[in-house]
Structures are given as C-alpha cells and as structure tokens.
Design a protein around this ligand. Structure first.
Ligand SMILES: *Cc1c(COP(=O)(O)O)cnc(C)c1O
Length: 278
C-alpha cells in the first residue's frame, strides 16, 4: 500500500477484525449513526456492533439475497438520523453469494443525510473484481471502507483479512509514534506469516492467474447449475458468483450414500462432482 495514497490498509487476523476496523473508523466519523445491514449479512456484523456498542438495524433482502434499497430508504427515513447512517453492504453473501449494489444503497440512505458505506467483501470481493459486468462493490463505486478474506478464494492455510479504509477518514495522529510507526491498525502486533503467504499467493497467481482461477470457478458453478437442473434439484445461482444452492435432499439421502469429492477445496473440478454410492 503506498504510504500516502488515498487508501490505508493492513493485513488483519481475519475479515471479522478488518470489519471491526472499518466500523470503528465509521463510528469515529459518524459517532451517533446507526448501522444498517441486511438480514443476509454475516454474523460478524452483529458481533462488531455489539462490541462497538452501535445500534444495528436489519434491512430486508430481495429474493436473490441482495439488500433491498427501498427497505433501506424506508428504515433510514423512519429513524430520521441526525447523525448520518453507516451501511454495511455485503459483496458475496454467505448463503447465496449475492452482491449488494452500493450505488443504489448509498442513494437510498443519502435521502436522510451523510452515509458511511462499508463493504463486507470477505467472500466475494476478489470474485466481483473479476466479474463481467463489474458489480457496484468497491471504492470506485463509492465505498468508504472494505474488508476481504485471504483464506477463502485464495485458500491461504492460515486465516487472514485485509482492511482497506479511506485514508482521509483516519485520525490525524497515528499510534506508535515512539517506534516511528504510523499505526492505525486495530491489532497492533500482526502475523508476518499471513502477510508473506498472501503476498506469495498473489504473486504466484498474478493478475491473469487470478482471473483464470475465478473464471474456472464460475464455469464449475455454471456446470453444477446444469447438472442440478437435470437432476430436478432446483438450483439457485446469482450470475457471476460462485455459489450454487439446491433443494434439500429427501430425508435419509445423506446417510445412504456419499458425494465423491477428491482433492481439496478450492480445487474441485467438474469430474469431482459426480455422486457415487458406496
Ligand atoms: C467469512 C465471512 C466473514 C468472516 O470472515 P473471517 O475471515 O472468517 O473472520 C464475514 N463476512 C462474510 C460475508 C464472510 O463470508
């Protein structure tokens, strides 16, 4: 991260810490604001709000899993927040992989004042970055802070999160002056191993390798949709994402056979997905 660029970032212990860092930054700027997140948001959002003693308002989601901008508009209006609003959008919801549209959400929340837009991109940020067309999820679309996980699509063997915040939202004086550090992190001491593994993984993939990994996963997801459709399992899939849902199998199904899945996640391929009975 360039030391004087428009963004500040660090490698955190996990996305939950990075999310806490984003919300703590938001609270510094808008101390009286409520936090708005959808009913599909990860449970770490609720935990962060509890720790930071911020009030969390749950917003309804649309059938495919993205936050309902109209419901956000209504809830923000109901509260008439003098102190602004902090919206936690999710890029890649845990259950469906849905991506909240931060341009639409900001427009909805700004009808009632200043907005801080945090994007929980733990699972979906790196996928969204390579999707076409690009969903509205990043700083380019108006995010103020973002968290991404290092151990999900990148598959790091240790947990890691990335916290990115707009530098102009940080306090003017950083901690750690006595060791000549400009420390705005939440954790203070951090894992050099996680940073090194993250660097090595990104460096070995490169931009083209990363794009190829994502497109291979998208192909596998599309293939799974086709197979599940043929099997009458009612698959659900948000285009561009890697999540495929399907109807719950009949009772007893799980105990009467197994799914063959050799190799380790995330390296499954088409041939790994054929069900076998033992
Ligand atoms: C996994 C996940 C988290 C939590 O990430 P950790 O790195 O495990 O702390 C938060 N939000 C979403 C959407 C996630 O998928």
């Amino acid at each position: 991260m360039p030391p004087h660029g428009p963004l500040y970032g660090y490698v955190a212990s996990s996305s939950s810490e990075a999310l806490l860092h984003g919300l703590a930054t938001a609270r510094r700027v808008l101390p009286a604001a409520c936090v708005y997140a959808s009913d599909q948001a990860h449970y770490s959002v609720g935990r962060a709000c509890e720790l930071l003693r911020m009030e969390l308002v749950t917003v309804a989601s649309l059938p495919e899993g993205a936050m309902d901008a109209e419901d956000l508009r209504l809830r923000v209006r109901q509260r008439r927040p003098a102190g602004g609003s902090i919206v936690v959008a999710t890029c890649g919801t845990t259950m469906r992989g849905a991506v909240d549209d931060i341009v639409a959400l900001r427009a909805a929340a700004e009808t009632a004042g200043t907005v801080h837009m945090h994007v929980d991109a733990a699972g979906g940020g790196l996928v969204a970055a390579h999707a076409s067309p690009q969903p509205h999820w990043s700083f380019a679309y108006g995010a103020d802070s973002v968290n991404i996980s290092g151990h999900k699509i990148l598959g790091l063997p240790v947990p890691a999160g990335i916290s990115l915040v707009r530098r102009d939202l940080l306090p003017e004086t950083a901690a750690g002056k006595y060791i000549a550090a400009a420390d705005h992190t939440l954790a203070c001491s951090r894992s050099a191993l996680a940073s090194l593994l993250l660097w090595a993984r990104l460096r070995s993939l490169g931009r083209t390798g990363m794009a190829a990994l994502i497109s291979r996963c998208q192909e596998v997801a599309a293939y799974a949709v086709g197979r599940l459709e043929k099997a009458g399992a009612g698959p659900g899939h948000v285009p561009g994402t890697l999540t495929v849902t399907f109807a719950r199998p009949p009772p007893g199904w799980w105990t009467s056979g197994i799914w063959r899945a050799p190799g380790s996640w995330p390296a499954w391929s088409r041939s790994d997905m054929s069900p076998t009975r033992r």
